[in-house]
Design a protein around this ligand. Sequence first.
Ligand code: S3P
Length: 441
Amino acid sequence: MVWTSRPVRRLAGSINAPGDKSCSHRALIFGGLASGTSRFTGLLEGDDVIRTGRAMAALGAGVTNTGPGAWEVTGVGARGLTSPRGVLDFGNSGTGSRLMMGVMAGFDLTAELCGDTSLSSRPMNRVLNPLRQMGMRDTAGKEGRLPFALTGSSALNEIYYKPPQASAQVKSAVLLAGLNAVGTTTVLEAKATRDHTERMLQGFGVKLGFATRPGSGETEISIAGKQPLFALDAAIPGDPSSAAFLIAAGILSPQGDVMVQGVMSNPTRSGFYDVANLMGAHLGAEERGEAAGERLIDLHAGYAGLKGIAVPERLVASMIDEFPILAVLAAFAQGETRVTGADELRVKESDRIKAIVAMLRVNGVSVEETEDGFTVQGCAGPVPGGGLVATHHDHRIAMSALVMGTAAQKPVSVDDVSMIDTSYPEFLDHMKTLGAEISEG
Ligand code: S3P
């Protein structure tokens, strides 16, 4: 179903950031492993996270929704996870499926896993290879694509693993398998990726070791196997990746005045905000306390004329989900914006390099695709617009295109909005609250 976003003069207002997707998955998973009952507030109730909750329930945890964003999770504790009856369907979620593969690897169980068309085309060998080395078995074959079955073991071997990709999902899957392995498992991270697994596991009482290799910037993260987790009460911090859409809308709006409250401020997630400021956004930030061991801030964005830049490669991992919306900012900026070192975008919910390039081109923006990124020639003001964007079932492409439409010369349409529910079910409501005109047709 086609939806269209029409240009408006003013986007203004204050929005509470939705719960962070990465932290919400982890809260349900770790709560489900712990002994005792954990209570979470502000949990993201997007489809991806709900499916992780269902998977944990199918494996033996008690997962109950007690109010809007409020969830109680009674963990299996020493009993451990057990084989589920039905197939575990992870829908669109790379995070849910890959983290859960790592978790299940460490228990004596067999499970069948599947996902939607997008997830079934994404590479799983990046997680299966280290887990196979630890002793997990699976039916995925060489291709390593869902659907397949896996058989875990409570006698997994420890491993020392250096992931070939900068991926928090791979790091997390190996550490979570290590949590129930024999001996101590270590992941050597060449480039820092989001560290929510490490932070939140410690909140559940798990001990981790960290050692930075002098000179190289590489970090070893170690976890001793067979450690218990203890239930936790936590508020889920706001999602900087979802907030990025509202902040971008505030920057592009001719009379923009947008506040997003309670956003997690974590250096492994803040690249988009650093780049927006480098382009001239002048974002405001005010301390807002803490949630689940993460710092919170209120963020403010008003209209700013932006300048194109070469995005520093060192920031790529910390803004890996924000390139679609960064591309929209680049399209309005003056001059060229160049993204390199971002080949991981090829294996997200869609081939995001191709999807971003097509999104901009169909709206009259000049952009070149490269192997590991893209180069945008900014319009130095409102982009022409008027295009119908193919979302390829990618929520972040859909939301980016709709934000572009709020400030373009002509309306911007997308072929589908239903998949926005996977990560940000309140997106359309929040945009309307700010004054956006987004409707079916
Ligand atoms: C996530 C890690 C990232 C990110 C995804 C969430 C996580 O994927 O794109 O949206 O919660 O660990 P990679 O680690 O594969 O880059």
